[in-house]
Design a binder for this molecule. Structure first.
Ligand SMILES: *Cc1c(COP(=O)(O)O)cnc(C)c1O
Length: 502
């Protein structure tokens, strides 16, 4: 049952005659309203809008924002999603009027800086991926997946191998992987994991063949484990004529440490809104660029940003610039456009600023710290929770609340109880291959003190499960909203006020 503590709607606040603004006196002749608006369109009754002072409006919205949890408020170990702290300076840059007020139809000569930023960001992402070219256009990870698979399809069709219709996906995969493959018209074939949490190579060998279009893999996978057999896997798939797709939504463990291209992957997507420091949640905006190997470059969506020598025109002021950037639409083998305009540009600015300010050393350090933090938590928490894959993990790890389930308390209950302690819950019930899964990703941005506090809280909850299980089963007790009907909330969200019409 949903339990709402009373909080007034904006509509219920204020009183007639209150104002948050004062318009200057009219200093032109007034004209009758029905000269300005056709009388058929004029309303007969005033709109039922609240009348409030500025202070009331500010308190209302600040009050609402304080009822939410975010990484700026507290610990947010949401595995797979990389809820790291996002430096505020990146926000400042993204809101710089020189960027924020650009229009995608502006002439290229007037947006050279923006194009240069996109060009360089593409190069950085290619360097991180170990691949050749990239498109920045996809609006999210899942959109990148679809785009990457469309490239694989176009490439194979161009080679007369359009009959390849299967994408192999491990049973530990993120749910978007099979969904994207199915949306791209592929048949999804599942490959089992082995006892160490990696892809079972024997099982893979059984299912690859002339029908294989490719394999989609996350490495480290959603268990937070590095795929030990990745080079063998790559050989097996390539030998069968398939390509390798890397789900790099969460690349927080590998920056500057290893590169998907070197592992044998042909296509990679990154989530700028996870790894590269863009606030996310609540549905966007995101950005899921994909990087590809040379062989796939001709098929990239249009446009891509290119650089050329600046054409010299007599008498023109050439300034310092010898070269110019332009949007290349002349790409005959391209799969075409995958989105309006050029992607979520303001997200690219944040990612660019993040990469430039961290530098190669800083990115490597971030990954090392993320991995260290995860291993520290994993060891500490394995005292109170089951650890199904007891191996050194990368940026995240998966616990099982199996012991607690035996006491009648589920992973969901534990997640809800964490909210009472002012912490966000980990990802639960994912990956599907772990019973009562709790997937924890602390990220590199938390201090040891914050990690220790999480350990204390999780340990306290494990004790509560033994001593006062009802307390955990009925949590949360201190949040604004209790347990929601998640299906209703997802399918029929009520996100704005509507006037009730009789
Ligand atoms: C988040 C995530 C995705 C999907 O990314 P969206 O931007 O939410 O579409 C895909 N794979 C993995 C491993 C992820 O963590």
């Amino acid at each position: 049952m949903a339990r709402h503590k009373e909080y007034p709607l904006l509509m219920e606040l204020g009183a007639p005659g209150r104002r948050a603004y004062l318009l200057p006196e009219l200093d032109i002749p007034a004209r009758p309203i029905d000269e300005l608006i056709p009388s058929a369109n004029l309303r007969t009754d005033p709109a039922p809008l609240p009348e409030l002072s500025e202070l009331e409006v500010v308190r209302h919205f600040i009050g609402l924002s304080r009822r939410n949890h975010g990484v700026d408020v507290g610990f947010y170990p949401l595995g797979s999603c990389t809820m790291k702290y996002n430096p505020k300076v990146n926000e400042d840059l993204a809101f710089d009027p020189g960027f924020a007020n650009l229009h995608p139809y502006q002439p290229e000569q007037t947006v050279q800086g923006a194009l240069q930023l996109m060009y360089e960001l593409e190069q950085y992402l290619c360097e991180i991926a170990g691949l050749d070219r990239a498109t920045l256009t996809p609006a999210a990870g899942a959109h990148g997946e679809l785009t990457g698979l469309m490239l694989i399809k176009a490439y194979q069709a161009a080679r007369g191998e359009g009959h390849r219709n299967e994408i192999i996906i491990p049973d530990s995969a993120h749910g978007t992987n099979p969904a994207s493959a199915a949306m791209c018209g592929y048949k999804v074939v599942e490959v089992a994991s082995n006892s160490r949490g990696g892809v079972c190579v024997d099982a893979l060998q059984e299912i690859v063949g002339p029908q294989t279009a490719g394999l989609m893999l996350t490495n480290p996978n959603t268990l937070g484990l590095f795929e030990e057999d990745i080079l063998t896997i790559s050989e097996v798939v390539h030998a069968a004529g398939g390509l390798l797709y890397y789900d790099g939504a969460n690349a927080n463990a590998i920056l500057g440490k290893c590169r998907p291209g070197d592992m044998g992957f042909d296509v990679v997507h990154f989530n700028l809104h996870k790894t590269f420091s863009t606030p996310h949640g609540g549905g966007g905006p995101g950005s899921g660029p994909i990087a590809v190997r040379e062989t796939l470059v001709p098929f990239l969506p249009i446009p891509i940003v290119e650089r050329r020598e600046r054409v010299q025109t007599a008498g023109a002021d050439l300034g310092e610039r010898q070269e110019e950037f332009f949007l290349d639409y002349n790409r005959p083998q391209s799969i075409g456009k995958i989105k309006g305009f050029h992607g979520n540009f303001l997200v690219m600015i944040r990612a660019y600023a993040y990469i430039r300010s961290m530098g190669p050393e800083g990115l490597r350090q971030a990954s090392e710290d993320a991995v260290l933090a995860a291993n520290y938590l994993m060891r500490e928490l394995s005292a109170s929770y089951d650890l199904p894959y007891d191996r050194i993990c990368k940026h995240e790890f998966v616990l099982s609340a199996k012991q607690q389930k035996a006491e009648g308390v589920t992973a969901q209950d534990i997640a809800k109880r964490l909210l009472d302690y002012g912490m966000h819950a980990p990802t639960v019930y994912f990956p599907l291959i772990v019973e009562e899964a709790l997937m924890v990703e602390p990220t590199e941005t938390e201090s040891k003190a914050a990690l220790d506090e999480f350990v204390q809280v999780m340990t306290a909850i494990a004790r509560e499960v033994k001593e006062s299980p009802e307390q955990v089963r009925t949590a949360p007790h201190h949040t604004v909203v209790g347990r929601l009907d998640e299906t209703q909330a997802a399918r029929h969200p009520v996100v704005r006020w509507r006037e009730e019409i009789e």
